[in-house]
Design a protein around this ligand. Sequence first.
Ligand code: MG
Ligand code: ZN
Length: 189
Amino acid sequence: MENKKNKCVFLDRDGVLNKDIGYLKSTDQLIILPGVIEALKKLKEAEFLLIIVTNQSGIAKGFFYEDDLKKVHNALLAIFKKNNVYIDDIFYCPHHKDGTVKPYNIPCNCRKPDTKMIKDSVIKYNIDLRKSYLVGDKDTDIQLAINAGLKSFYVKNDMYEYDKNVVSDYTVDNLAEAAEIIIEISNNI
Ligand SMILES: [Mg+2]
Ligand SMILES: [Zn+2]
């Protein structure tokens, strides 16, 4: 049997899939960004796994509970499913070293740009990182891609200052543009 490894697009959540409102904590705050549904569909048709990797330190900081986060993620997956989009998995980091809520107020190796969420995905889904991509809207996302050996797409935004020393492979306006480029590259490999 052929042991073919999977290719994956790792997706930051806030600012890439849904509007980043800062510490989003309830389902009524979920606003899917324009073009996201179609972009995810195209990536799926191109046989990419779709895995969300998201820092959610709001849990460690006491802004919301892990249960709230699970409700938000279930709602997000339900919106996508209603539109025939299937996300393969969501990995999140609930930690922050300066947080106040036990047991989350610890240093960890899953908070982006640390790579545990990617490494866990690779094991769980047999992913070939050389054929995989990450789309994010912060320098920490791009640094994660660099640390993990993924090609990176920086989604331009005015919300966060960006450390220019962290160089992405591509800079795009949104996920739709990233998806187009990803599909074009993967067709040429
Ligand atoms: Mg983000
Ligand atoms: Zn963590």
